[in-house]
Design a protein around this ligand. Sequence first.
Ligand code: GLA
Length: 409
Amino acid sequence: MSIRWSDILEQALTFSPGSQTDLRAFFAPGRVNLIGEHTDYNGGYVLPAALGIGTWVLVRPRADRRFRFASTFSDLVVDVDATHIIYDPAYEYANYPLGVIDILRKEGVEVEGADFFFHGNLPIGAGLSSSASVEVATAAAIDALAGARLSKEKMALLSQRAENEFVGVNCGVMDQFAVAMGQADAALSLNCQTLAYQLVPMHASGYQLVIANTNVPRKLAGSKYNERRAECEAALAILRQEWPKLQALADLSPAQWPQAAALLENAHSTGHDAQILLRRARHVVFENDRAYHAADLLRRGDLKAFGKSMNESHRSLRDDYEVTGEALDALVEAAWNAEGCIGSRMTGAGFGGCTVSLVARDSVSTFTTSVAEQYKQRTGREPSFYITDIGEGVHEVSVANLWDNVITS
Ligand code: GLA
């Protein structure tokens, strides 16, 4: 389905009447993680890419110390006193921009008040970072209105802080970083411990990234995510008794794994099952290694090897990290069986959400038909597909140029 920008702008102007000249627009994409899952909060490597789909925010400054929020994805209008910003479940998605406003203010980046009107074409809560894209778009808008000139990296870190401290989700840095810093046609190889990164051109000629949505809501995502983090911390604490200088699980190389495994196996009275800690840590060590080497495979255009690594990543997330579930497994196995697919895995936190596959360009339409059929047969559900480009990180767009455009909704 497509939607005309003139319709969106008219809704925005009804919500926030006034001249068009002091309305500004910012876009922040969603992201897909190609490999390196659940490694960010373990001090490891990730390899995400920004998408061509994401969230736009139209923003108009106000001088009456109020922040107001409306959007095309909900009828809710939130109107808050700028001197009294709190988290409130009734504010729904508006908690994300409110969190960013709150954290930026603590950093001395402040505006009197503003109207925010959001429009997005990312599936919400499907593992493509819809929340990070709302946060980073808001950070760019406030930064511009305040004339603060924060770096994009700083916007990413402050948006992550908003999610951790204001919204209360203990996520790592990958999503906000990719959404802020991504560049067209490149993946971002990020060391989440040092924040050193490299843009890796996607030499994927002949192949297309295909994202597929299980259309299963990620119900347990929050609680299980925190449980995995706690398990990784427990495993790290055990290993530190032997290796006090170990900073993070991802600092262990595969060569050190046998020794680490023996230490985890023999640990007692941690309040956790030793076998479970061993499996979680094994995922982190080998997934980190895969993510580190995957950047090179991509650089060299060795997509077949890259695809194999994606498959191994999924198996490890399924068997060792246990974050896939029936729907994600069914969708990935359908992709593995389909012609032209050289790699497929879940992407994001897991427990529902999306998969990402590398598919030969001339097989994309037979791929989607075959995957949809197999998935429906096994789960009774219809998947959705997104065949999107790798896009730019957060940036301002000209409101005047939006009027004549049409976008997919
Ligand atoms: C979510 C989090 C990220 C990362 C992934 C798993 O997307 O927001 O920080 O931990 O899960 O790789």
